[in-house]
Design a protein around this ligand. Structure first.
Ligand SMILES: CSC[C@H]1O[C@H](OP(=O)(O)O)[C@H](O)[C@@H]1O
Ligand SMILES: Nc1ncnc2[nH]cnc12
Length: 293
């Protein structure tokens, strides 16, 4: 299969409150189609500090896609098709710990997926079975680089780890659920990190998450329970900190290096691709391009 030219090396997935990356130079929008449907919207290609960047707004223009409707497979596939090898997924999260305060940044290192199976969570199907390693959902090489960049940017307090519990939503949690997640040791809560991170792993993309704390969910009896406008207001006030962290990361991260994330498929495929139909191979395209047949 012929490889498409690399249009972007680094992908940024913007969440609630981060709908564009104004710091990109020479920005242009491209419509990308994928076998897994259209991405959330046009992908914006641009440059920062000599790095070619692709930006996608997860919820689309005007925040029209609910967490369950976000076409994560199409977004990840589109980024991969453009050549993206590394990506930062930005999200607004509720805090389940007193010390993670609204306005803080958390570079999460773990993920608990409580989505309900209604989102596409794998590219593999139709006779091609793969079980990828996901013990460490985020790239161990990129995470410290993002933590260091976010700290240098000095826009917010930065926490270098945390477990993100991903619920289906779109409703926020009940107090009983919020307390349950706290008792499990979860740190932050959101609705979009899964299956996005699983799909990035399947696509061989090094992924790191940048979570901006917007609220204390509903476990603190002395505080107002989270609302969507609370999230939006906190995001509006603090999004510059996330943007500064991303700009510093893009300006200082070394060019993509060999990484286990790129080779995650190596011991994952149980089906012989040589015996798979042309249709599914064409559909998988850049996801399996490195696999020898
Ligand atoms: C706007 S309130 C809930 C909404 O915000 C978060 O979005 P994202 O992760 O894309 O920043 C949360 O996951 C919900 O989708
Ligand atoms: N408390 C919360 N629960 C789920 N998703 C969120 N996004 C931001 N805050 C959230």
């Amino acid at each position: 299969m012929s490889r498409k030219p690399v249009e972007a090396e680094i992908g940024i997935i913007g969440g609630s409150g981060l709908y564009e990356l104004s710091m990109l130079a020479d920005a242009r929008s491209v419509d990308v189609s994928t076998p897994f449907g259209p991405p959330s919207g046009p992908i914006v290609l641009g440059e920062l500090a000599g790095r070619r960047v692709a930006f996608v707004s997860r919820h689309g223009a005007g925040h029209r896609l609910s967490p369950s409707e976000v076409p994560a497979a199409a977004n990840i596939y589109a980024l991969r098709q453009l050549g993206v090898a590394e990506a930062v997924a930005v999200s607004a999260v509720g805090s389940l710990r007193a010390e993670l305060r609204p306005g803080d940044l958390v570079v999460q290192d773990q993920l608990v997926d409580l989505t309900r199976g209604i989102r596409r969570a794998t590219f593999f199907e139709a006779g091609v079975v793969a079980h990828l390693p996901f013990a460490d959902p985020y790239c161990a090489r990129l995470r410290p680089l993002l933590v260091a960049a976010a700290r240098r940017a000095q826009g917010a307090t930065v926490h270098d780890s945390g477990t993100y519990v991903c619920i289906e939503g779109p409703q926020f949690s009940s107090r009983a659920e919020s307390e349950l997640y706290r008792s499990w040791g979860m740190d932050v809560i959101g609705m979009t990190a899964a299956p996005e991170a699983k799909l990035a792993r399947e696509a061989g993309i090094c992924l790191t998450g940048l979570a901006l704390v917007t609220d204390y969910d509903c476990w603190r009896r002395d505080e107002e329970a989270v609302t969507a406008s609370m999230v939006a207001d906190t995001m509006r006030r603090n999004v510059v900190a996330a943007q500064a962290a991303i700009a510093e990361f893009l300006a200082t991260a070394p060019p993509a290096q060999p990484c286990d994330c790129h080779d995650a498929l190596d011991h994952a495929l149980l089906s012989d691709l040589a015996g798979a139909g042309e249709g599914i191979l064409a559909r998988l395209g850049p996801i399996v391009e490195k696999v020898p047949r």
